[in-house]
Design a protein around this ligand. Structure first.
Ligand code: HEC
Ligand code: HEC
Length: 350
């Protein structure tokens, strides 16, 4: 039995990544490696790279974008902001299977975190928005979310002299849809969770993570998880079918239109059940899991991955190590390590 498991693991470890590399070449966004990566020998060969600070963001636009992100006046009934579903104080998302939304008509899919979202090659589970700017349009008009229109939002914000001054300083045309989109997206690009224990480990601090987590990283590569979840965001840069080795959707039942993935965007049959691979940077903080929010724990979702994406079962001991590895991935936001419960001991200067 053990030999068989090892053989299958080895086979998957070689065969799947080879096929995926081709897709990667077509899909992945090229990221310039930061100098810190160049300085560590061999680091550029690793499938996961450390996050680097966002460059060239205007701090005044970041501030304005944050204010807009938290402003319920963007929604039709003044009762919902981006921050209502994307909690910046915890995980940049919520912990619901899917958000309630307006009048019970909210999104059917699980909320994705806004942290590190600027690194994704497309936005949303099905990648239907090509940029952070475009993503905002979907929220504005969605009847289950802001349920409004840009002219309405612009008219409303123009009544606020504070906004008038702030936009006037930063944008030649003052308050416009394009300026609002730009400010919010600029703020979102600032939401990079730097200095995680895993990034410190990658950059040469061998003590930054436990032996268990190191073993978890080895398994993550060995099992082939890293062929889909890779890059500095540990995902977010390619599309993959969910159910490579089995039909998750037949097993699940209830074939709701919302769960068809990229098929809903392209209408092409091969895109049915294809999803943008999610980032695992904050996975330990964003239960429940999957596009349908159906899986409650990380252990369980790793078993689902093993079965449907890799075609075998992973022993509990290895799952334990994989979880220990995933626990090292969240970094800091405003000097506080996300998900840290240790209070001041976990806090450090940004
Ligand atoms: C009612 C809750 C809700 C509100 C309000 C909301 N979101 Fe979301 N957000 C979600 C859900 C659910 C998803 C995933 C939906 C999907 O993929 O179809 C999501 C996805 C995203 C993503 C994609 C992340 C990724 O990894 O692809 C971004 C970026 C985002 N939201 C930003 C915003 C911004 C900016 C606003 C305000 C303009 C906003 N959201 C308002 C629930 C919400
Ligand atoms: C063939 C590509 C592929 C492989 C290999 C793969 N995954 Fe995934 N993973 C995905 C896709 C696609 C999803 C999104 C599934 C969905 O909800 O539609 C996902 C989702 C996840 C999630 C849930 C994230 C969330 O926010 O809901 C976790 C955790 C995860 N994978 C971990 C792993 C681990 C650990 C391994 C290795 C044991 C692995 N994956 C192997 C493609 C892959």
């Amino acid at each position: 039995m053990r030999r068989l498991a090892a053989f299958r693991r080895g086979r998957a470890g070689v065969v799947i990544p080879a096929a995926l590399l081709l897709m990667l070449a077509a899909e992945a966004t090229a990221h310039k490696l930061p100098p810190s990566v160049e300085a560590v020998p061999g680091l550029h060969h690793e499938p996961i790279q450390p996050l680097s600070p966002p460059e060239g963001l205007d701090p005044d636009k970041v501030r304005l974008g944050e204010r807009l992100f938290l402003d319920p006046r963007l929604s039709r009934d003044n009762d919902m902001a981006c921050g209502s579903c994307h909690d910046l104080g915890s995980n940049g998302a919520d912990n619901l299977p899917h958000p309630k939304g307006r009048t019970g008509a909210g999104p059917a899919l699980n909320t994705l975190t806004v942290f590190n979202g600027g690194l994704n090659h497309r936005q949303f589970w099905d990648g239907r928005a090509n940029s952070l700017e475009e993503q905002i349009d979907f929220v504005v008009t969605n009847p289950g979310e802001f349920a409004t229109s840009w002219p309405e939002i612009v008219a409303r914000l123009r009544q606020d002299p504070d906004y008038g001054r702030a936009f006037g300083r930063l944008y030649p045309d003052g308050i416009t849809a394009a300026a609002i989109r730009d400010a919010i997206a600029t703020f979102e690009r600032s939401l990079v969770t730097l200095d995680s224990p895993f990034d410190r480990f990658l950059l040469g601090d061998a003590e930054a993570i436990s032996a268990e987590a190191k073993e978890g990283y080895r398994l993550f590569k060995d099992y082939g998880c890293a062929s889909c979840h890779q890059g500095s965001n540990v995902g977010g840069n390619l599309f993959m079918k969910f159910g490579v080795f089995g039909d998750y959707f037949a097993d699940r039942g209830d074939a709701t239109q919302a769960y068809q993935g990229r098929f809903n965007v392209t209408g092409k049959d091969p895109d049915r059940y294809v999803f943008r691979v999610p980032s695992l940077r904050l996975a330990v903080l964003t239960a429940p899991y999957l596009h349908d929010g159906s899986v409650k724990t990380l252990e369980q979702v790793i078993r689902v991955m093993a079965k449907y994406q890799l075609g075998y079962a992973i022993p509990d001991r290895d799952i334990h190590c994989l979880v220990a590895f995933l626990q090292t991935l969240p970094g800091k936001y405003r000097g506080r390590r996300l998900g840290a419960t240790g209070g001041d001991a976990e806090r450090a200067a940004p």
